[in-house]
Design a protein around this ligand. Structure first.
Ligand code: ATP
Length: 249
């Protein structure tokens, strides 16, 4: 459904993504694992098209040159030049790193902002769904974004992305800074969302452990290169993966 083929991204002379090819088939959850600076966010920006905006801004400001090559395909169509807003409308929705909620707006307002691409009926229905999947948000409807815990903020961030009616949801490091309990709850919720709505999910994280139980397939990035890939079972059976990403040997 969403694919990157031979993707290369340079920030000026620095190679951030080195010939990356990944595929997220319909109805699946794909994990992207890698340490700090491995290139996870760069990949998410390339898939969502935000990289085109970043590149434009840098160019206008006379800043560093960002070079992109390779292909992004959505439903087998090349979308290299498709603006991020059009990609979102087509169903590629990014839930960015660090959540980026509107801190001065309530939970409800934050969620409704996400629904700008939806019809009124869709927005109403999805809002109800978000409250079912994250019941903790029900009593926080009127709480300001800035007064939520990290976990609650992440629920709102995922809920807001769902309001945009995604076909593929891109979750960039959704678990950063959260307790193990919250991490596990969020990943279970993500699995339920995928099963119930049939949307596909690409989720990036530094640590594979909390995400692994829910992925169908995963890629491991190191310094911008995909060094390993496989189904959950294949990766679990690999001793290198075990010691590097699970701390067991
Ligand atoms: P993190 O876990 O820290 O978010 P990441 O895996 O998401 O890491 P990226 O943010 O994609 O990694 O960064 C990949 C590399 O590209 C890093 O070396 C980073 O410093 C560099 N980089 C990212 N954005 C820019 C930019 N706008 N200009 C220059 N270099 C950048």
């Amino acid at each position: 459904m969403l694919e990157a083929k031979n993707l290369m991204v340079f920030y000026e002379n620095m190679l951030a993504l080195n010939n990356i090819s990944i595929a997220c088939p319909e109805n699946s959850i794909v994990g992207i694992f890698g340490a700090n600076s491995a290139g996870k966010s760069t990949l998410m920006y390339a898939l969502s098209g935000i990289m085109l905006d970043i590149r434009k801004k840098e160019k206008m400001a006379g800043g560093e040159r960002i070079t992109l090559s390779g292909d992004i395909l959505f439903k087998d169509q090349n979308i290299n030049d498709m603006e991020p807003s059009r990609r979102a409308r087509a169903g590629i929705v990014l839930c960015p790193e660090r959540r980026r909620l509107f801190k001065e707006s309530s939970v409800l307002e934050n969620l409704r902002i996400g629904g700008y691409l939806a019809t009124r009926a869709q927005a109403r229905q999805t809002l109800e769904y978000v409250m079912t999947i994250f019941p903790a948000l029900e009593k926080l409807r009127h709480r300001l974004g800035g007064f939520l815990s990290g976990g609650e903020q992440q629920m709102v961030a995922i809920g807001r992305a769902l309001m945009a009616q995604p076909k593929v949801l891109l979750l960039d490091e959704p678990l950063m800074g959260l307790s193990p309990l919250m991490q596990s709850a969020l990943m279970k919720a993500t699995r339920s969302i995928q099963r119930e709505t049939k949307i596909s999910v690409i989720v990036s994280e530094q640590y594979a452990r909390p995400v692994f139980p829910i992925v169908d397939y995963a890629y491991i990035l190191e310094n911008g290169s995909a060094v390993m890939e496989g189904t959950k079972e294949e990766l679990m059976d690999n001793p290198d993966v075990k010691s590097a990403y699970f701390g067991v040997s």
